[in-house]
Each structure stands twice: as structure tokens, then as C-alpha cells.
Design a protein around this ligand. Structure first.
Ligand code: ADP
Length: 575
């Protein structure tokens, strides 16, 4: 027997309808790409999104068509999203930090018909335009005065484009299971893979994120997503903020410590979310300038493991750190580190230990850890296993790909290795491909890296497995020194010795000037392993050092005009 309640499809347009009705004048503040601070509100975002939808329909965009955005966090980007989804089409957020060839590949794979881009990206698009055959028109997210002279096909200023319609329009009705958004994973191995979010999955994921144990959003909250809209739905914030009426502060292209600090203070932000790299920049700024944070209460950090010292530094300032984990395939949040009653008694070091874990799954996410044969492993906080997930906002397949990605129980293998403790707290111990298998046992590269960055001279650390005739693999620690400091390898080993089992201690420490990163700013261990191989092969003898191979490789890359060794990924140059 079916229930007798109304059918109220969980579609994205309802979110902005609600915000414009109940929280109409709640602000959406943007640091615009043009430089100024621009103030909008939820009523205006909805009104302009309706124009976007109407204009798209007039352009012949049909339900299911893909419309790309290549843009920083801004009100225009936000209204474009709601407009695209409200036209029944699919917003495809393109990550500008991907390598240019990857951008061309995914726009073509997605068959994007229109591309909405910030002014910042016009030169990049011009260099790729010949390869973007599916794109019929480029809309530049600015007004006429700021559109550069461009040869991009049929380019038009966004403001002119939406002014061609009056906004007297009704959202295009779609099934709640219809596709709403498309986001490609960066594809450090193989081609990027498209994750196709539905209206329903976005709504449910965002509702779960509003909860007190997650983002803890309410109408009086002020949230600043440093995490970009193009990075897996800005961890839901593009939806969860309007869903609650929280004020939204969008930082545009300026993500350095000083710029973020200025917005946190001037807008009296209460909650913010971003990757560790961003928080490291903010902390450096705070320490250097001796500045306080007067309104911030909650800081969500994820996308990569948050170093212990970072968690301690923010907690010492009275800011609650929520360590989160997730991935594009999970919409993206899979766990978040709030405090359950069973661990509420923890203080000091023990509390920080808990916060170093990536937290527990919210409602809508189910987890298990298994061995290589797929057998479930115990939740004892010690046993490592492959982390697999199922849920309302977890991918069931990749866009335009045939291969199945779920196991017999319908779980998706995240490619991460983790422990889960008796309280349900999960801790990532590695990527499955990065774990070091020494003498049949597993060594967590992430645990060693976190301990290494706790050393006062170390700015960044990476641990990789290098082949060993007896043990199979042994850990090699590669480090970058803090500015003005020198690293003494022996002191680093002594720093680690009391903290890990003796067989976990790295066999060697290499000091390098910079570590390679992927386009999304994560350590590029594939590249690092290649460098280690290069060091072993090209620079023979005992003195073989990654630092030298690294230098040789950079020279070669430089000669070839290849910027893929830029430590921050090419996107940083374009910011
Ligand atoms: P990609 O970088 O391939 O596009 P995502 O951005 O979706 O993929 O990143 C997902 C991966 O990032 C996870 O599988 C995990 O390895 C890593 N990750 C995310 N959050 C954390 C965290 N808090 N701690 C450790 N690793 C994390």
C-alpha cells in the first residue's frame, strides 16, 4: 500500500524557490573577478536564474543537454547553475585547474553545447577553441564593459545575454531522478570520469549536510565556501546555504590568506570549508600579521588529510575543526568529524587524535571496509581495509562509460584504505595504490606524512614505497623545508622514532625544493614514484637522489615548454 502524501519531487529549483520566499533578502556576497565586492540576495539570484533558464530554452537547450561553466565562486556562477538545472539541462562544472588537454577532453566527452566562463579563462579557452567542437557559443560571465576582445565563437557578455529575455518564465519540470549536474574526477590515472548527479541526489546530499553534525547551517549562519563550485558541488554549499537561508560569501578568484581573512572578518563568517592548502595559507597569514578571527566558529577541512598541527592551531584559536572526507563520486561528502556523545569526554591529545580521523558517515551514506577478497573487516580502529560506500548520493556508474563500478552488495570502492573504530569514526590510512606493502604488512604513507609535517622544519612531506629485495617495498620520505629552515634527515627520523613501529621508519629521507602536485593540488605520487625510478636508473650509484632526478626532470620539462611540473598545478598560474 502506498502512502497518501503529496508527491513533491526533490528538484533543485525548489531550493532557490524556498530561499527566495523565506529568506529573500539574505545576502549573497561576492568578491567579483573584476575586483569589487558585489552584493546580491536570494530573491535576486532566483530572478536572474529564471532569466538564465528562459534564455537557454530560447537558445534551443533541451532537457538533458549539457551546459558548461568554467568559473570561480560568484553570484553569477551560482545563478547560472540554478538557471541551467531549472531549464532541465545539466550544469557541467569544469575544473580550470585541470591541464588544458584534459579540459578539451572533458568538454568534448560531455558534448557541452554552451560554455559560460569567467573573464579570467578567456585566454585559456582561446588556446583550446579549435578542440572544443561541440561548443556553439561562449557566454562571458561579466558585463559588456568587461568583455575582452575575443575570437571565441559568438561570444557575448552574460549580462547582455540574460537581458534578451524578461524572466517571465516557469522552471522546466523534470523528474527528480533526472540528471542535474556533471563533474569529472581529475583522473590522475587514465581519462577523467564523469559523475552525473541527479536533482534528487543533490537535494538529499545537501539536506544531510545542513545538519548540526555536518555544516550545522541555520538562517543566522554565514558561510564562506573556499572550496570551489567546480569541486564537487562546493561540498553541497551551493545548495545547503540557500536551503537554510544562510548568508553566502563567495570569494571569487582570490584565495590567498589575506583575501580570505578580509572576507571572513568583514562579512562576519561563522562557518567555512576548504582544502588544507588554503587553511595553511590562512594560518601563515594569521601568524605573520598577528590577527584574530572574531566570528568564525566552524572550519571544515577535507579533500586531503588535515595535518594534526593545522587542527591544533585552529582549535587553539577557539575554532571547531571538522575534518571531512569525500570524493566527487559521493557528491562529495562521505564523512565528517563531529563529536558523538560516546567520545565527548575526550580532551587534549586524545581529542586531537579523534579530530585527525575523518569522522563518521552522515545519514544517506553507508560504509564498509573489506579485505582484497571483499570480506568485511571489523570496526576496531586498527584493521585497515578497502573503504567501500553506498548511499543516496553515491555514483552507480560513470557518464558514458560501460564498466560496472559496484560490488555484489551495491557498494562503490573508493580506492581509499581506512580503519573504522567502534564508535564509527573512519580514518583514511592511504590510497589503495599508495599504501606501502612491507614484508606482507601495510604501512600507511599518510600517517608518516602527517607525523613528518609535525617536525618544526618541514613544510610538506610525501612518503612513497620503493622496491626492496627482501621486504617488497620500503618507505622513502621526501620533504620540503620551511622557508629559511634546513632539514637534517637524522633529526627527522628521530622525530618519528617514538611515534611509530620501528619497521615503519623510512629507510631514507630526501630533501627537495618542491613536491609535484596534481591539477587539483594533491600530492602527485605517480610522478614522485616515476622520479624515484628515474633517480635509481639515471643517476647510478649510492648517491642516487630524487632531488637530482627532480632537477633533471624539471629541466627537461622546462625545455619542452611543459608546465605540468608546476608544483601547484597549472591553474594556480592563471588565478
Ligand atoms: P580527484 O582528486 O581524483 O578528483 P576527489 O577530488 O574526488 O578526486 O578526491 C577524492 C579523494 O581525496 C579521496 O578518495 C581521498 O583519497 C582524498 N581525500 C578527500 N578527503 C580526504 C581527507 N580528509 N583525508 C584524506 N584523504 C582525503
Amino acid at each position: 500500500m502506498l502512502g497518501l502524501m503529496q508527491h513533491w519531487p526533490l528538484v533543485i529549483s525548489r531550493i532557490i524557490d524556498y530561499a527566495a520566499c523565506q529568506h529573500a533578502s539574505r545576502e549573497v556576497v561576492t568578491r567579483s573577478v573584476e575586483g569589487s565586492i558585489v552584493r546580491s540576495d536570494y530573491a535576486a539570484i532566483r530572478a536572474r536564474a529564471l532569466k538564465v533558464a528562459q534564455r537557454l530554452v530560447r537558445a534551443g537547450i533541451a532537457p538533458g543537454d549539457r551546459v558548461a561553466t568554467l568559473a570561480w565562486n560568484s553570484a553569477r556562477h551560482l545563478e547560472a547553475w540554478y538557471g541551467i538545472a531549472g531549464a532541465g539541462a545539466i550544469y557541467h562544472t569544469v575544473n580550470p585547474r585541470l591541464f588544458p588537454e584534459q579540459i578539451a577532453w572533458i568538454v568534448t566527452h560531455a558534448a557541452d553545447r554552451l560554455l559560460l566562463a569567467d573573464v579570467t579563462f578567456v585566454p585559456l579557452l582561446e588556446s583550446l577553441a579549435d578542440k572544443l567542437a561541440t561548443v556553439e557559443r561562449y557566454v562571458i560571465l561579466t558585463d559588456r564593459a568587461h568583455v575582452p576582445d575575443t575570437r571565441l565563437r559568438d561570444a557575448i557578455a552574460y549580462e547582455d545575454w540574460i537581458d534578451e529575455v524578461d524572466g517571465d518564465f516557469a522552471w522546466v519540470g523534470v523528474d527528480e531522478r533526472a540528471a542535474a549536474g556533471l563533474c569529472y574526477t581529475s583522473g590522475t590515472t587514465g581519462d577523467p570520469k564523469g559523475v552525473l548527479y541527479s536533482h534528487r541526489s543533490n537535494v538529499l546530499h545537501s539536506m544531510a549536510m545542513c545538519a548540526p553534525d555536518a555544516l550545522g547551517l541555520a538562517s543566522r549562519s554565514v558561510i564562506l565556501p573556499v572550496v570551489p563550485l567546480f569541486h564537487a558541488n562546493s561540498w553541497s554549499i551551493a545548495f545547503s546555504a540557500p536551503m537554510t537561508g544562510a548568508k553566502l560569501v563567495l570569494p571569487g578568484a582570490q584565495l590567498d590568506g589575506a583575501s580570505i581573512y578580509e572576507l571572513l572578518e568583514s562579512e562576519q563568517v561563522t562557518c567555512t570549508a576548504g582544502v588544507p592548502t588554503v587553511w595553511a595559507m590562512l594560518l601563515q597569514y594569521l601568524q605573520k600579521e598577528q590577527q584574530p578571527l572574531t566570528s568564525l566558529r566552524r572550519l571544515v577541512v577535507g579533500g586531503a588529510a588535515a595535518p594534526r598541527s593545522m587542527i591544533e592551531a585552529f582549535e587553539a584559536r577557539g575554532i571547531e575543526v571538522f575534518h571531512a572526507w569525500g570524493m566527487t563520486e559521493m557528491s562529495p561528502v562521505g564523512s565528517i568529524g563531529s563529536i558523538k556523545p560516546s567520545v565527548a569526554h575526550l580532551r587534549g591529545e586524545a581529542l586531537i587524535d579523534l579530530k585527525c580521523k575523518q569522522g563518521f558517515a552522515p545519514f544517506t551514506v553507508e560504509m564498509k571496509i573489506t579485505d582484497d577478497a571483499g570480506r568485511r573487516l571489523p570496526w576496531d580502529g586498527k584493521t585497515f581495509g578497502r573503504l567501500k560506500v553506498a548511499g543516496a548520493a553515491v555514483a552507480s556508474a560513470y557518464f558514458r562509460a560501460d564498466a560496472g563500478i559496484l560490488d555484489d552488495e551495491g557498494y562503490f570502492d573508493t580506492g581509499d584504505v581506512a580503519t573504522i573504530d567502534a564508535h564509527g569514526y573512519m580514518q583514511i590510512t592511504d590510497r589503495a595504490k599508495d599504501v606501502i606493502k612491507s614484508g606482507g604488512e601495510w604501512i600507511s604513507s599518510v600517517a608518516l606524512e602527517n607525523l613528518a609535517v609535525g617536525h618544526p622544519d618541514v613544510a610538506e612531506a610525501a612518503v612513497i614505497g620503493v622496491p626492496h629485495p627482501k621486504w617488497g617495498e620500503r618507505p622513502l620520505l621526501v620533504v620540503v623545508a620551511k622557508e629559511g629552515r634546513e632539514i637534517e634527515p637524522r633529526s627527522l627520523i628521530e622525530h618519528l622514532r617514538p611515534k611509530v613501529a620501528s619497521w615503519w621508519l623510512p629507510d631514507a629521507v630526501e630533501v627537495v625544493a618542491a613536491l609535484p602536485h596534481t591539477a587539483t593540488g594533491k600530492l602527485d605520487k605517480v610522478k614522485l614514484r616515476a622520479l624515484a625510478r628515474l633517480a635509481a636508473r639515471d643517476l647510478d650509484g649510492d648517491g642516487a637522489r630524487i632531488a637530482e632526478a627532480w632537477h633533471v626532470d624539471r629541466m627537461r620539462a622546462g625545455a619542452a615548454g611543459n608546465d605540468d611540473l608546476n608544483v601547484f598545478g597549472p591553474g594556480r598560474d592563471r588565478q
